[in-house]
Design a protein around this ligand. Structure first.
Ligand SMILES: Nc1ncnc2c1ncn2[C@@H]1O[C@H](COP(=O)(O)OP(=O)(O)OP(=O)(O)O)[C@@H](O)[C@H]1O
Length: 271
């Protein structure tokens, strides 16, 4: 962990403080009295079945969705603040989602993908790129081992390669937290292996990881705490070893399972 990250962790308020957060979209309750705290620099996984509210939770963090008024009150604080300028907030977060990957599936170089992180845009569209931005892009690409992709087009590279470039885009601002929504969807074994390595490297550099997933084996060893979500509610939370059990995961996904731990990763069998 670098010194800047360590100081950040020691001095920052929690990244996230949600208390009694309920969100409605199109008249439907999609988050139901959610309460959770995530410390700055903490690596956590948010685990839940399809439709449990994981993406909606991310959209509430990025202020795309807003909590509904509650007569007994609610707290929806990021780094100690209730209110944010949305651009300031997003520049302090790095986000990698499948929506984003779809948006970038077009004729654009890997370099443009990473550079567009400086403008929170999809592509550059006459933006002024400074030498410092170019330098940072090269630095991030080297760190993530994607320098060879900088001059390739997004339409001619694999899903796994594109996802690593999007992590690069998310990291240009040196965000305090990297939020990943189902990052391993449609990666083959080799891409998965490379992606895990990339994510572990980012976690070890001191950037907090919030990994949103329904796949247990996505949870890298650097993640020590798991928050389970089901039907828009927090179903349980705690250290990996207490949460990732046959009984709890079986109940979370409503299917009998066996959980096996190997090399710091957890795998589900028997369903
Ligand atoms: N814009 C919306 N309008 C209506 N319903 C929505 C909207 N966004 C989410 N929902 C509903 O809210 C629930 C939670 O959806 P969400 O996408 O947050 O779940 P998820 O856990 O991310 O699912 P998945 O793992 O399948 O991506 C679902 O029932 C979904 O249909």
């Amino acid at each position: 962990m670098n010194t800047a990250s360590l100081t950040r962790q020691q001095t920052s308020p929690p990244f996230l403080e949600f208390e009694n957060v309920t969100v409605f979209t199109e008249g439907k309750r999609i988050l139901d009295a959610i309460s959770m705290t995530i410390q700055t620099g903490e690596n956590v996984a948010i685990l839940g079945p399809n439709g449990s509210g994981k993406s909606s939770l991310i959209k509430t963090i990025t202020r795309e969705y807003h909590p509904a008024f509650q007569k007994d009150g609610y707290t929806c604080r990021i780094w100690g603040r209730d209110r944010w300028n949305i651009f300031d907030l997003r520049s302090r977060l790095g986000i990698v989602s499948s929506d984003l990957q779809q948006a970038f599936a077009q004729e654009m170089s890997g370099r443009e993908v990473i550079l567009s992180g400086f403008f929170s845009s999809v592509g550059l569209f006459n933006r002024i790129v400074t030498p410092a931005m170019e330098e940072r892009t090269e630095e991030i690409a080297a760190f993530l081992d994607v320098s060879h992709l900088l001059d390739r087009s997004m339409t001619g590279i694999s899903t796994g390669e594109a996802r690593r470039l999007l992590i690069g885009r998310a990291l240009v601002h040196d965000p305090e937290v990297l939020i990943l929504d189902e990052p391993t969807n449609s990666l083959d074994l080799h891409a998965l292996h490379t992606f895990r390595g990339t994510l572990r490297k980012v976690a070890r550099s001191g950037t907090g990881i919030v990994l949103v997933t329904h796949t247990l084996s996505d949870i890298i060893p650097e993640i020590s705490r798991v928050i389970m979500i089901r039907n828009g509610r927090v179903y349980g939370a705690g250290p990996k070893a207490t949460v990732l059990t046959d009984q709890q995961i079986g109940e979370l996904f409503s299917v009998p399972v066996k959980i096996r731990e190997e090399g710091g990763y957890y795998y589900v069998t028997g369903y």
